[in-house]
Structures are given as structure tokens and as C-alpha cells.
Ligand binder design. Structure first.
Ligand code: ZN
Length: 171
């Protein structure tokens, strides 16, 4: 569990919802900013909670509080954004994959009997170990959605060994 403590935590601006989703899929503690929250408030939250602020808002650099916590990402597709995060935070996309709820960021637990009562019958029949979110009660299993996400995480993990030389836009 000591490894988990060392994992970077993130707060993503509302433009980076998909990236946030994939960070959660990789097991990182990643929050999504609520619409209408000011940059100043988000930066304050990052300092208070020890999070990095991932944003595409260039104006963030005008805040003193952005120093050390904000990373301004360029408009880019998801694969490119993942490559940039690899360079900055050396993320492990697979080591803790699928340990968090994709919807609300809560750590998943092994599904108990109450949760299993709501699982689809064919999933139960597969005998697969199921997990559920204590917050929203969603049940997680390795369906087609899982496979699509997993394929991306595998690709990003492989790309870590070939870091690109793109220039970055750090505060
Ligand atoms: Zn949940």
C-alpha cells in the first residue's frame, strides 16, 4: 500500500473529462472540476489536497498558486495527452488499473452479496471476481467497455518506453 501513497493525485478541469476518466481507470485519484468553479478555488483545492491541476486554460499561469501544481496541456487528442502525462508524472497505467470507480473516483471493493444481487446473471455465471463501488453501488466486471479501456492503458504503458520529444507547456 505504500506505493499507493506515492501515486500522484489530480484535479482535472472540466474540459478534461475523458482524461480524468482514464486516470481513474488506471487507478489514480482524479477529480473533475465542477462547472463554474474558479481557477483560484481549484488551485486552492490542489494545494490543500496535494493534487496536480491539469488544465487547458492558459490563463491559469497568471495565478501565483499555479506554480508547482498546474500543468497546462495543449489542445490534443487523448493519446497525446496521455504521453504528456507520462513524461511529467511517469504514470503506471497498468499497475493499479481498475481499482477506482470511473464515475465518482471511489476505491472499488470486492462485491459483497448485496452488490452481487444486482449483477447481471450472465456475469455471475462467468465466475469472474466482481468489484463494486461503495459510493454509487455500480458493479464492475470485464465487459466490452473494460476491454476498450484496457487496450488504451496497455498502449500508453508501452509508449512510456519511447518518450516523445514534444515540447511541453508547463507553468
Ligand atoms: Zn461509484
Amino acid at each position: 500500500m505504500s506505493v499507493l501513497k506515492a501515486m500522484p493525485r489530480f484535479l482535472c478541469d472540466e474540459m478534461l473529462g475523458r482524461l480524468c476518466h482514464y486516470l481513474r481507470a488506471a487507478g489514480y485519484d482524479a477529480l473533475l472540476a465542477r462547472d463554474g468553479t474558479s481557477d483560484a478555488e481549484l488551485l486552492q483545492q490542489c494545494h490543500a489536497e496535494g493534487r496536480y491541476f491539469l488544465t487547458q486554460d492558459m490563463l491559469v499561469r497568471e495565478h501565483k498558486a499555479a506554480r508547482d501544481v498546474a500543468l497546462i496541456l495543449p489542445p490534443a487528442d487523448l493519446n497525446h495527452l496521455a504521453a504528456l502525462l507520462n513524461e511529467y508524472y511517469h504514470l503506471d497505467w497498468l499497475g493499479h488499473a481498475f481499482t477506482r470507480c470511473l464515475v465518482d473516483n471511489t476505491r472499488l471493493v470486492v462485491a459483497d452479496d448485496t452488490a452481487l444481487a444486482h449483477a447481471p446473471a450472465d456475469v455471475l455465471r462467468s465466475g469472474e471476481q466482481l468489484y463494486h463501488c461503495p459510493t454509487c453501488r455500480r458493479i464492475y466486471w470485464r465487459g466490452s467497455h473494460y476491454k476498450r479501456i484496457y487496450a488504451k492503458l496497455v498502449a500508453w504503458q508501452a509508449a512510456r518506453k519511447n518518450p516523445s520529444t514534444d515540447s511541453l507547456n508547463e507553468v
